[in-house]
Unconditional design. Structure first.
Length: 344
């Protein structure tokens, strides 16, 4: 099933909005690994999304702000707008520097972190959360490599988190079909090298493509023909494990596969939430309440459910609560208009 090009571009907006809003919804409860603490905190409440106070033990941001996961996506989106929808590594790196690098809120918070999390401080107990955003290790490595070499960086081969996926997501969505795999790989490898991150990211992009084509059950469809979609044996087995565990309580499943930021737990946990959810809201809430690195799972859950259900199924109140939503709608609108005029 082929979508009309303009409808496909509208779905791109739903994917990016879905990811941004899910990430912002989870952010105040990010990185709470103590399940008992999280359950006690949220008990009796109508929903855990957009928690009014930042309860993350690591960092504090206003409710409605995004974590560094979606901030990477937004930075890439801005760089695409700057270059007429085309991915250019140098332009992306310029935007990474201006958002995460010297004289930014991320850099200031990073310097505080180095003091707060020094061995001497840690000996006295767990430090209080820093005020400001938390820059992920892969982004710091990007900045360090660029500072030392002045060249476009290549991420570490042992990377195992979703930052590369987050950066490459807009590239996949807005590249021409003949360029999208190569361009997405280049974007991804600037942040995270190695096969682990690439294989999971490309598999997830295939899920998004299936959803964009109108497939309501993309996870099942993907694993029915792994060769057609270029899935490795490992990815195929991971998805099959998720499907076979679809009746298991989500929190229990995430506890089993891992609720930290790393692959393959973040990938499997996200797919499990999508399988169990009958709506965008339900999927995001499942991701949040499973705890741990819920933002990494929420980004994936939000973009896939956005693709499946469309932007109209994302609650208006949630859109209004997300600080980046207006900018995303503006940029995606401009990119869509430009690409539609080129296709005409």
């Amino acid at each position: 099933m082929q979508l009309h090009p303009m409808k496909g571009l509208q779905k791109n907006r739903a994917i990016l909005l879905g990811a941004a809003i899910a990430d912002a919804a989870a952010r105040p409860l990010h990185w709470i690994y103590d399940a008992q603490k999280l359950n006690k905190l949220t008990a009796g409440k109508t929903g855990p999304e957009f928690w009014p106070n930042s309860e993350s033990p690591f960092y504090t941001l206003p409710t409605g702000a995004n974590s560094a996961y979606f901030d990477l996506t937004l930075v890439m989106l801005r760089s695409l707008q700057k270059n007429c929808g085309l991915f250019e590594p140098k332009i992306f790196m310029e935007h990474v520097l201006s958002h995460f690098g010297p004289n930014t809120a991320y850099e200031q918070a990073f310097q505080k972190r180095k003091l707060n999390y020094s061995p001497k401080v840690r000996e006295k107990g767990w430090p209080a959360p820093i005020n400001g955003p938390w820059r992920h290790g892969l982004v710091s490595t990007m900045l360090e490599n660029y500072h030392h070499t002045g060249e476009i960086p290549v991420g570490p081969d042992n990377a195992d988190e979703i930052d590369g996926f987050c950066a490459a997501l807009p590239v996949w969505l807005y590249s021409k079909p003949e360029n999208r795999i190569a361009s997405s790989r280049t974007a991804l490898k600037m942040v995270a090298g190695g096969d682990l991150c690439e294989s999971h990211a490309l598999a997830f992009f295939q899920l998004l493509d299936l959803a964009l084509s109108g497939e309501q059950y993309p996870i099942h469809q993907l694993v029915r023909n792994p060769t057609r979609y270029g899935l490795s044996k490992q990815i195929t087995e991971e998805i099959e494990q998720v499907i076979s565990a679809s009746e298991i309580a989500h929190e229990e499943f995430v506890e089993k596969v891992g609720k930290a930021c790393r692959y393959s737990g973040t990938f499997q946990g996200a797919l499990h939430a999508v399988l169990q959810a009958s709506s965008y809201e339900e999927g995001v809430r499942l991701a949040i309440l499973a705890g741990g690195c819920n933002c990494s799972r929420a980004v994936q859950v939000g973009c896939l459910l956005g693709a499946i259900h469309g932007a109209e199924k994302i609650p208006t109140k949630w859109i209004e609560a997300t600080h980046s939503a207006a900018e995303i709608q503006s940029i995606t609108g401009k990119l869509s208009n430009r690409l539609a005029s080129q296709a005409a």
